[in-house]
Design a protein around this ligand. Structure first.
Ligand SMILES: Nc1ncnc2c1ncn2[C@@H]1O[C@H](COP(=O)(O)OP(=O)(O)O)[C@@H](O)[C@H]1O
Ligand SMILES: CC(C)(COP(=O)(O)O)[C@@H](O)C(=O)NCCC(=O)O
Ligand SMILES: [K+]
Length: 255
């Protein structure tokens, strides 16, 4: 079994794979304050709840877009899982041809998503990841990673409204029945959800024009389901894309 870990700005998602099969997955909140031992307790509890023995874990791979947590989680794995993790970053084989001006700048999660998408679907592709930020990653017909777009995430956008406007409350991210809201909450929900879906379609349309291609559009991330159904351009939601990518990169680098 291997342990795969994706550290996002809001959540850390962990997966346990036995060969190609995802046996368990867990989502815990990203805490920049937590210590090696606190993360150790967390993983110990998750393993215990699921009947996993740490001694059965043959290897660990971590992707992180939160630099201060890399060392903490690396040490946690050494101390509590007994394995030094592979870190998705410079020096690791991904098989991806990065066309970013500075390939070191691309978020590890975006690289991992692209690797998984290329493995699973036919190129050209666009991957939309609804995380703290929403990222668009473009892959051409030859499998080259072209780059993409980064926009404020749905959570960030919603939070900004209530933090900056005195009379706007904190709202549940729920789809309202109508776009014409007749109270503040419904009006905000309509603006956020339908506005966000429109933004996704707008960016994907421009990407397709610029790529001069008809890429398949895949979505992933915590809030993918909610928005995807309101878009015209997203063809498939694959919630486990990032974990799959980590498993594939692990395979390419072991031994
Ligand atoms: N199942 C869920 N239902 C509602 N909100 C969620 C769910 N999962 C994640 N979120 C929210 O979606 C946002 C992005 O989550 P996630 O995809 O885990 O982001 P990241 O990869 O940046 O950590 C966060 O604000 C998180 O609170
Ligand atoms: C864009 C991101 C913040 C998305 O992170 P997430 O929403 O998954 O937490 C992350 O991929 C990142 O920090 N990227 C570095 C900049 C870049 O990809 O160009
Ligand atoms: K992510």
């Amino acid at each position: 079994m291997i342990l795969v870990v994706d550290v996002g700005n809001s959540n850390i998602v962990l997966g346990i794979y036995k060969k190609k099969e995802l046996l368990h997955h867990f989502r815990i909140s990203t805490s920049r304050q937590s210590t090696v031992d606190e993360y150790g307790v967390m993983i110990h509890n998750l393993f215990q709840m699921s009947g996993i023995s740490a001694s059965k874990i043959e290897g660990v791979i971590i992707s992180s877009v939160v630099p201060p947590l890399v060392n903490v989680l690396e040490e946690m794995c050494i101390k509590y899982v007994g394995k030094k993790p592979l870190l998705v970053g410079p020096g690791i084989k991904t098989g991806l041809n990065l066309r970013y001006e500075n390939p070191r700048e691309v978020g590890a999660d975006r690289i991992v998503n692209a690797v998984a998408a290329i493995d699973r679907y036919q190129c050209p592709l666009v991957v939309v990841d609804f995380g703290t930020a929403t990222t668009f990653d473009c892959i051409d017909a030859e499998g080259n990673y072209l780059g993409g777009a980064i926009v404020p995430g749905i959570g960030i956008s919603t939070e900004a409204l209530y933090q900056r406007a005195s009379k706007l409350p904190r709202i549940e991210l729920e789809k309202p029945k109508k776009v014409i809201g007749r109270n503040t909450v419904h009006a905000m929900q309509a603006g956020i959800i339908f506005g966000y879906a429109g933004q996704v379609d707008g960016i994907v349309d421009r990407i397709k024009d610029e790529m001069k291609a008809a890429p398949k559009v895949i979505a992933t991330g915590g809030l993918a389901e909610l928005i995807a159904s309101e878009t015209r351009t997203i063809e498939e939601v694959n919630p486990m894309l990032t974990l799959e990518g980590l498993r594939i990169i692990y395979e390419r680098n072991k031994g």
